[in-house]
Design a protein around this ligand. Structure first.
Ligand SMILES: C[S@@+](CC[C@H](N)C(=O)[O-])C[C@H]1O[C@@H](n2cnc3c(N)ncnc32)[C@H](O)[C@@H]1O
Length: 544
């Protein structure tokens, strides 16, 4: 038997918790006194320590011992009672016993079943049929998960390192349009959460789990792959009115197991242009793995909106950046051989900023992704045919994109929008700018294709083509007059954000939009006050 003392003080730091099961009692049968517990709250924890699996028991948060997983066997004594037996590892022979044993009692039959299932999978994952440890330090299983198969390890490492830091979680929490809309969507749809099992997919700080618990969830499983899981545990424990009903599980949604199915998933998987980060795929996988048939997903549907725009200032700004490479004598060196490549490079960066919707030259169209129906593979390649009618005669510099998502609650359906002209979010909007803009006349048809192909660095390569068709007499022959195209890497955007943009209400605007504001697909409730309430005014969650 491994005792806490045998691993020294560093053990707790390196122990990576996989899953925990609440116990109503624990008895250490190997001690002379036979029992170490009574009715104090206990817990069985499956974790990794230096890549090796561990099973340990806790009473009142204190480590009371563990078992060597390789030799451990678990026998059910009754519906909620089990005994776990293992050989003594060498290092704790000082206890002069050959076997270690704990009698444990679960609170419910469901939790007992879940523990037995998870323990079996856990042993199989690590030791297979042959009984040899088959994982190396830090990895969690024998075969690669769907996530590991398609995502480059270096990209995933940086990604989870980023989300493991509180400052980045704070950035999202302080986007009050985002967090306020999630809060409103949950509390206004209490009926969808009350008494339900909820899974928070990519829980981060645990904020959405806490919202779900506030709305009366029976239990919330908060799955988070980054080190943020530890902070989430802390935040949740610091809100004791809710903490009993939330279990944080550290791991990828593609890999972890849950003791029961969920009635509803909650998640914030949206990246720039909705799909950046490729977390939508994890959200869809979570739906397949954890949701009961017909269960809800919050958000339910996402839409990518696209429209051509005209912005000469932006075009000049980008082209000017490459001028550096036009110098013939930079410390005596001719830089011009690289000017073409630099010019291309700057125009391959999608621009992220908040722009004035009056820059749009046609009413937008949108592409729907229904998270409850889409298959994960459908997101590997997204093809959006484009067709617009110009509402002004001007130069077209590219396309502008934004997204919105719907929380299809049973009581109040609610939209979160990132549209231009709506209160700005941390996603802003995204524009793909052509190196070669083209002219259109008012009424001219613009056609094209927005083709996005996922890559293994958790983002997309965007291929964009726009053509202006012949206009006026002879238009029926559909002749293409001009075409522009570009290739953009969504992973490498140009963040053109200088100052917070003041929201200008439509009535304050001097120039009218070139089309009806409802064409932006902004729902009336999107700009309501409730979206912008700050957590201290509102949610009652203790962040201290
Ligand atoms: C955009 S953040 C949202 C955090 C939190 N839900 C919120 O709304 O503030 C996404 C979180 O999901 C986590 N995540 C992304 N992919 C994941 C995966 N496949 N499995 C588990 N967690 C994941 C990230 O580490 C990150 O903390």
């Amino acid at each position: 038997m491994e005792h806490p003392s045998s691993s020294g003080g560093g053990m707790r730091v390196e122990d990576e918790v996989e899953v925990e099961f609440p116990l109503s009692s624990i008895s250490d049968l190997s001690l002379d006194s036979a029992s170490t517990s009574g009715s104090a709250p206990g817990m069985a924890r499956l974790s990794r320590y230096r890549g090796a699996p561990r099973l340990r028991f806790f009473l009142n948060g204190e480590d009371v011992g563990g078992l060597d997983v390789e030799s451990a066997q678990v026998f059910q004594l009754g519906p909620i009672q089990s005994v776990c037996i293992a050989e003594q590892p060498d290092k704790s022979k000082q206890l002069c016993q050959n076997t270690a044993a704990f009698k444990i009692q679960f609170k419910t039959e469901e939790e007992s079943r879940a523990f037995h299932q998870r323990f079996k999978c856990w042993k199989d994952e690590y030791f297979g049929q042959g009984g040899k440890l088959i994982v190396s330090s830090g990895s969690t299983g024998t075969s690669k998960s769907k996530f590991d198969e398609k995502i480059e390890a270096s990209s995933a490492k940086m990604y989870f390192h980023y989300y493991g830091q509180l400052l980045h979680q704070q950035n999202m929490l302080q986007d009050y349009v985002r967090t306020g809309t999630y809060y409103a969507a949950v509390v206004e749809n209490r009926a969808d959460f009350s008494g339900r099992v909820v899974v928070d997919v990519g829980a981060g700080s645990g904020i959405l789990s806490l919202f779900a618990a506030q709305a009366g969830a029976r239990h919330v499983y908060a799955i988070e792959a980054s080190e943020m899981a530890e902070y989430a545990r802390k935040l949740i424990a610091g809100n004791p009115a809710l903490s009993d009903r939330i279990t944080v599980i550290k791991g990828k949604v593609e890999e972890v197991e849950l003791p029961e199915k969920a009635d509803i998933l909650i998640s914030e998987p949206m990246g720039t242009l909705l799909v950046n980060e490729r977390m939508l795929e994890s959200y869809v996988i979570a739906g397949d793995r954890f949701l009961v048939p017909g269960g809800k997903m919050f958000p339910t549907v996402g839409r990518i909106h696209v429209a051509p725009f005209s912005d000469e200032y932006l075009y000049i700004e980008i082209a000017t950046k490459a001028l550096f490479w036009q110098q013939h004598s930079y410390y005596g060196v001719d830089l011009t051989p690289l000017h073409g490549a630099a010019f291309q490079g700057y125009f391959s960066q999608p621009v992220v900023d908040a722009f004035d919707p009056r820059l749009l030259v046609a009413a937008p169209l949108f592409h729907i992704i229904d998270f409850t129906k889409v298959k994960e593979e459908d997101l590997y390649e997204i093809d959006i045919p484009l067709k617009f009618t110009a509402t002004v005669g001007t130069k077209v510099h590219g396309i502008a994109c934004w997204f919105d998502v719907l929380f299809d609650g049973s009581t109040v359906p609610r939209w979160l929008t990132t549209a231009p002209g709506s209160p700005t979010t941390h996603w802003y909007q995204l524009r793909c700018v052509f190196a070669q803009p083209f002219f259109v006349m008012c009424g001219q048809e613009i056609t094209g294709r927005l083709h996005m192909i996922a890559h293994n660095a958790q983002s997309y390569t965007i291929y964009l083509t726009l053509s202006a068709k012949m206009w006026g007499p002879g238009a029926e022959q559909g002749e293409i007059l001009q075409t522009s195209s570009g290739k953009f890497d969504l992973k490498e955007p140009y963040y053109r954000i200088s100052q917070p943009q003041a929201y200008q209400a439509p009535e304050d605007q001097q120039q009218p939009l070139p089309f009806q504001p409802q064409d932006l697909n902004v729902q009336p409730q999107d700009v309501e006050e409730t979206d912008l309430l700050e957590p201290t005014q509102n949610s009652g969650i203790d962040f201290s």
